[in-house]
Every structure is written in C-alpha cells, then in structure tokens.
Write a protein of this length. Structure first.
Length: 135
C-alpha cells in the first residue's frame, strides 16, 4: 500500500483552471504521531499533532524566543501554550493512578522529566516547513 487517490474536478474542488488531471487523497494524511515512552515511563504514550495551526504555533514560538532563558516564569507560559496546542491524547496518570486531564491542568501535574520528554518530542516532530529560496 500506497496512498489511494481519486480524480477530482479541479475547477470546482480547487478553483484551478487547468486541463491537467488533478487527484486528491481518499484517506486523510496522518496529522498525529504517537510517542511510546521508554524507561521509567514504559507503557505511557502521547499522541501529538504534527500540523498545529500556524497562528497559535507562531505565538508560542515567538513567546519562547522572547523569554529570558534564565527565568523559568518567562519560559513556562509559552511552552505550556505550545504543548497544549499539540497534545491530542495521552494515557498519563497522577501518583494515585487517576488519569490526567489533557490540557494545561494535566500538563501542570506531569513530573518535570516527563514534561521535558514531551517538549523534546514537540521540538523533533513539529517543525516549520522549509521554504525554498528558488535555487
């Protein structure tokens, strides 16, 4: 298996005036990736969005870039905003074994080392597209 394609009417579906055949995928392309954690967190997983909306993504990145890296209180808000934006699902639990809510409140309950793992996974998987300079 490859990706299944279907022929579409380019003038109606894409607002293109072309005589070429245009195809669209039948199955949506993956937009999430599952990370299966290892070591102390073996069995835990996180589903993360790899294509977040550009506006909130850039807001979080700009916030991180402006933050004084020596001041945790400046780094955490944009980092949490970015993590909340990309976290789709997880099986994280608290110390009593109760599931953690997805979102800011759940993120605040993660152990620091797990938060670091999550942030590193975001850095590896969620990237800005490369722009060609035309050469």
């Amino acid at each position: 298996g490859g990706i299944k394609l279907r022929k579409i009417d380019a003038s109606k579906d894409c607002n293109l005036d072309t005589e070429c055949d245009v195809y669209r995928t039948e199955v949506p392309l993956p937009r999430t990736v599952r990370f299966n954690l290892k070591g102390d967190y073996e069995g835990w997983w996180m589903d993360m969005r790899t294509n977040p909306p550009m506006g909130p993504f850039l807001d979080a990145i700009v916030g991180l870039n402006k933050a004084d890296k020596d001041k945790v209180e400046e780094i955490l808000p944009p980092m949490f905003a970015l993590l909340e934006l990309v976290l789709v699902d997880w099986n994280a639990v608290n110390e009593e074994g109760d599931p953690l809510a997805k979102g800011l409140e759940g993120l605040k309950q993660l152990p620091v080392d797990m938060l670091t793992i999550l942030a590193n996974n975001v850095a590896e998987q969620v990237t800005l597209p490369k722009v060609s300079n035309g050469t």
